[in-house]
Design a protein around this ligand. Structure first.
Ligand code: ADP
Ligand code: MG
Ligand code: ZN
Length: 481
């Protein structure tokens, strides 16, 4: 054996998502991101002795929501546990988490890879508190700690090792992210650390039944980093095995800039954490009526929405998939359609110009700088023939930058279509005069030449000429020759 193709890559993910509750998990401090260091804190979340934690009921509810939306079983009885370890960002020197009885277990998310559906099983979802943040960079004399994040509620979603490529891991994470956003469980802003993943990877010869030894890379916080880390680490493991080496169970640090991982420490085992029940928080009984109530209150999930877009709006699967992969984008699309736009036309604008500009300008899709009704209006004035397609793109760009109403942009800049013969005929004549070669081609039966001539006339009129009229004028004038 000597090729990457003789090996199977095996991936299991542990995903942390910060919950969108307004207060922390064990106190009433704000969970808002940012803020001056140590201003979202109280004696409780900075671990002062004598303070007592009180479990935030919303955290339990959000975890149940996440569990139901990912096909999990919800435990009727659950409890919190202490996970002991020392680190300066963890002021009590233990994290309140869940050990043997997580709130949710045995779920799955379905992904579709090359047209084939595959279930990625979820082993468990448990709740826990986030730690604070160490700030090293600006200070040469030492590190400082910001406890604003300490006590922000998290869910940890642990999958079975069911993924076999970076692409499958990406699809799983995208599916999960969409579900958490749709259910309002988390905003999943990766750039703010609201969603981060620990990636466990092993490789094994395809013919081998049992799994290989795995390594773990912690706290990857962008899709790009996750994909690159998986690709590099699986390659490293295969090369190691191929050259007669061994894989050690260890935690590795992924350096996304360099594109390599480094060994950090040998992997700790559960017993190293000396887990024991959290004695300051009583166990939680979750009655099935509450679970059913939450189930009923679940919003439409991405998969259902995707099918509805295909059935109700006749969107192709490809469009429906892309648009519903983001709740923000999907809500924007629906509002545009509600404001009278044709669904496929709206989808084309969103998947084309809108996604392009968002990417180009680095704007998140939940911060689209103009309202959906503006897109609906733009589509309306194109359909009514008030502006041409060429001009529409310019108006769209302007709308994106200025947030102005498209009708106002068209008025201010005089962008309306020019559809009177009096203005267009001289232009047509001039283009014919200046392009004898194309005219000859046209006369010789090369109809493509007409397209070129029309393009020239469009340029003369800065894209404002009515294409139908100009086409007709060209044909008439060329006939005369
Ligand atoms: P631990 O308790 O040591 O963290 P878990 O059983 O909870 O171990 O697994 C942690 C993660 O590692 C899970 O996402 C799981 O799917 C994944 N995993 C377990 N074994 C392997 C393996 N051999 N290769 C890749 N991933 C694995
Ligand atoms: Mg683990
Ligand atoms: Zn607090």
């Amino acid at each position: 054996m000597n090729r990457e193709k003789d090996y199977e890559v095996v991936i299991g993910l542990e995903v942390h998502a910060e919950l969108a509750t307004s207060s922390k998990i064990f106190c009433s401090c704000s969970t808002e991101f940012g803020g001056l260091p140590n201003t979202h804190c109280c004696p409780g979340c900075i671990g002062m002795p004598g303070t007592l934690p009180v479990l935030n009921k919303n955290v339990v509810e959000f975890a149940i929501r996440a569990g139901l939306a990912t096909n999990c079983e919800i435990s009727g009885f659950t409890k919190m546990d202490r996970k002991n370890y020392f680190y300066p960002d963890l002021p009590r020197a233990y994290q309140i988490s869940q050990y043997d009885i997580p709130i949710c277990k045995d779920g799955f998310i379905e992904i579709e890879i090359n047209g084939v559906k595959k279930k990625i099983r979820i082993a468990r979802i448990h709740i826990e508190e986030d730690a604070g943040k160490l700030v090293h960079d600006q200070w040469s004399t030492g590190s400082l700690v910001d406890y604003n994040r300490s006590g922000v509620p998290l869910i940890e979603i642990v999958t079975y090792p069911d993924m076999n490529s970076a692409e499958e891991a990406r699809l799983f994470l995208e599916g999960l992210k969409a579900i958490l956003q749709y259910t309002g469980v988390s905003d999943c802003k990766m750039q703010e650390g609201s969603l981060r993943a620990d990636v466990n990877i092993s490789v094994k010869p395809k013919s081998q039944e049992e799994l290989g030894v795995r390594t773990e890379m912690k706290n990857l916080n962008s899709f790009r980093a996750i994909i690159r880390a998986i690709e590099a680490e699986s390659r490293r493991q295969i090369e190691e095995l191929e050259s007669g080496g061994k894989i050690y169970r260890e935690t590795r640090r992924w350096d996304d800039e360099k594109g390599v991982s480094f060994s950090m420490r040998s992997k700790e085992e559960a017993q190293d954490y000396r887990y024991f029940p959290e004695s300051d928080i009583p166990p939680v009984i979750i009655d099935s009526e509450w679970v059913e109530e939450i189930r009923k209150s679940l919003p439409e999930l991405p998969e259902t929405r995707k099918r509805r877009y295909m059935e109700e709006y006749g969107l192709p699967a490809y469009d429906a998939e892309i648009i519903t992969s983001s709740k923000a984008l999907s809500d924007f699309f629906e509002e545009t359609v509600k404001n009278g736009a044709n669904a496929k036309t709206a989808s084309n604008w969103i998947m084309g110009e809108l996604l392009r500009l968002l990417k180009e300008k680095g704007v998140e899709d939940d911060s689209i700088p103009f309202p959906p009704v503006h897109l609906a209006k733009l589509i309306d004035i194109i359909e009514k023939g008030i502006i041409t397609g060429t001009i529409a793109k310019k108006v769209f760009d302007n709308m994106f930058d200025s947030g102005k109403d498209p009708v106002a942009i068209v008025d201010e800049q005089g962008l309306k279509v020019v559809a009177d013969t009096g203005t267009l005929l001289p232009v047509v004549k001039k283009v014919i005069e200046n392009n004898p070669g194309s005219v000859a081609d046209y006369k010789a039966g090369k109809t493509k030449a007409l397209g070129f001539l029309m393009g020239q006339a469009m340029r003369e009129t800065k894209g404002k000429a009515d294409p139908k009229l100009i086409n007709q004028l060209f044909i008439e004038e060329l006939e005369k020759l």
